[in-house]
Write a protein that binds this ligand. Structure first.
Ligand SMILES: [Fe+2]
Length: 254
């Protein structure tokens, strides 16, 4: 049994298409998208459609909540009001693109999915933390946060996104996975400096053993900058020039 963990697609249909094709061709039975798959990217509506048409299971991230709130003219949450201009503009734009049916669908998505593995252990998938799609769980988060997650949940394995920083961490016998950012993978990051990005996409594939445990592999697929630039150029996304510049400055594997 293979499971593909995808995180933070952010409206990048090219990235999602590459992951779906690769993961399915390698026998992935389940593809789990860990939230934040539509906002702050070129093709929000198409990305949602692609998830639905290809049987990609979805978790509701904080930006899915913001879009639904904006659609319903409820923009009062503290976290929404604290958003930066770029993301807030994208949320407003996205909220005008979706139909009522699509908004209701987004609102109906779960904030976590628990998967039973063949040996009886559980893999708990979520966006930020199991309790909140606004929660932040970094590799170097305080031990107290990992402790409370383990205490509140009986799972052996945990998978979430939101921070865009990929890691696989063992903590007190439990495994925590963050597949990074499938829509705009971070290439390098240093505190206080702007991040640089990788021209492509990333996800984590789990090859689950019948006897227990799994092999987790970090997958990175390079995408030609020209294709990425073309995708953004053909979109009506706000702040398009900034995104184009970001792609121009991306680093490539070769
Ligand atoms: Fe998020």
């Amino acid at each position: 049994m293979k499971i593909a963990l995808i995180a933070d697609v952010h409206g990048n249909t090219l990235a999602l298409d590459r992951i779906i094709k690769e993961a399915r061709s390698q026998g992935a039975e389940r593809l789990i998208s860990l939230g934040d798959f539509i906002a702050n990217g070129p093709f929000p509506v198409e990305t949602l459609k692609m998830h639905r048409e290809n049987g990609v299971e979805m978790i509701r991230g904080n930006t899915e909540d913001y879009i639904a709130d904006a659609y319903r003219h409820e923009r009062k949450s503290e976290s929404f009001l604290a958003l930066g201009d770029t993301i807030r503009t994208s949320i407003e734009w996205c909220s005008q693109l979706f139909t009522g049916e699509e908004i209701s669908f987004l609102e109906s998505l779960p904030i976590s999915i628990e998967i039973s593995l063949p040996d009886g252990s559980k893999l708990l998938c979520y966006h930020g933390t199991p309790a909140s799609n606004l929660g932040v769980l970094r590799e170097n988060s305080d031990d107290a946060i990992f402790e409370s997650i383990i205490e509140e949940n009986g799972s052996q394995y945990y998978a979430g996104g939101h921070t865009h920083n990929m890691y696989i961490k063992r903590y007190k016998g439990k495994i925590f996975i963050n597949p990074g950012c499938s829509g705009m993978p971070i290439c390098s990051y240093a505190e206080g400096k702007p991040a640089s990005f990788f021209a492509g996409t990333e996800y984590v594939m789990l090859e689950v053993s019948e006897k227990g445990g799994f092999i987790a592999s970090i997958r990175r697929i390079e995408i030609c900058k020209k294709e990425l630039l073309g995708l953004v150029q053909s979109s009506d996304m706000p702040n398009k020039e900034a995104r184009l510049a970001m792609i121009e400055n991306c680093c490539c594997a070769k």
